[in-house]
Design a protein around this ligand. Structure first.
Ligand code: FES
Length: 214
């Protein structure tokens, strides 16, 4: 989905075009082991991120319950791909146009209240959704891993742009993460830092639109 200057520029690329430099993977890999029952929660486009994690968790012998949520039916994708690597899949949409109506935290809470023992939760998506999932699981004491998405510039630990606070310690999401314990994240700091350049992002996008006749 194109939201600003960079994503619009990328969306305009045609077959045969290229991006001059691409480095990765960066950061630390997601910790995979046999925990027991793992709930993988994906919000929006994070289905693409959670799918290989769900697959690896299942390959390790975990029972994987996946929850994927989107604002509406048009934004649902990779449902079958995620279903194929999950023992159970729950789909939600905010407007009820597909699957269950409501937010991903509702089936998550039902699972936590249910008979099955849940051993770990992995929640990936918009920060607000990851915070909501973390707050849902916290009273149950179930470790919840989130994948933080602060503004990043170099991605190699040099600029400090991706600074987050986890458990009272400063971490760089690009090299120390992106996965962190959601119960330890200072969410307010993350939200504030994500908004740091909103004005500049808006100006940049307005300029780009003017130059490209949008
Ligand atoms: S993006 Fe620069 S230190 Fe993480």
């Amino acid at each position: 989905m194109s939201v600003g200057t960079t994503t619009h520029r990328m969306a305009q690329l045609e077959t045969g075009d290229f991006i001059s430099d691409f480095i990765g993977p960066l950061g630390l890999p997601t910790h995979i082991e046999k925990f027991g029952t793992v709930v993988c929660v994906a919000g929006g486009f994070a289905v693409a991120t959670i799918m290989p994690i769900a697959r690896s968790m299942q390959e390790k012998g975990n029972r994987v319950i996946s929850i994927m949520g989107a604002r509406n039916k048009d934004l649902i994708f990779w449902e079958d791909e995620l279903r194929n690597v999950s023992d159970e899949l729950i789909v939600t949409t905010d407007d009820g146009s597909y699957g269950r109506k409501g937010l991903v935290t509702e089936p998550l809470k039902e699972l936590l209240d249910g008979d099955q023992k849940i051993d770990r939760v992995i929640a990936i998506g918009p920060s607000i959704m990851m915070m909501a999932c973390s707050r849902t699981t916290e009273p149950y004491g179930i470790k919840t891993i989130v994948s933080l998405n602060p503004i990043m510039v170099d991605g190699t630990g040099m600029c400090g742009c991706c600074r987050v606070n986890v458990g009272g310690e400063t971490k760089f999401a690009c090299v120390d993460g992106p996965d962190f314990d959601g119960h330890q994240v200072d969410w307010e700091l993350l939200f504030t830092r994500q908004r740091s350049y909103l004005e500049q992002e808006k100006t940049s996008f307005e300029d780009w639109k003017r130059q490209h006749g949008f």
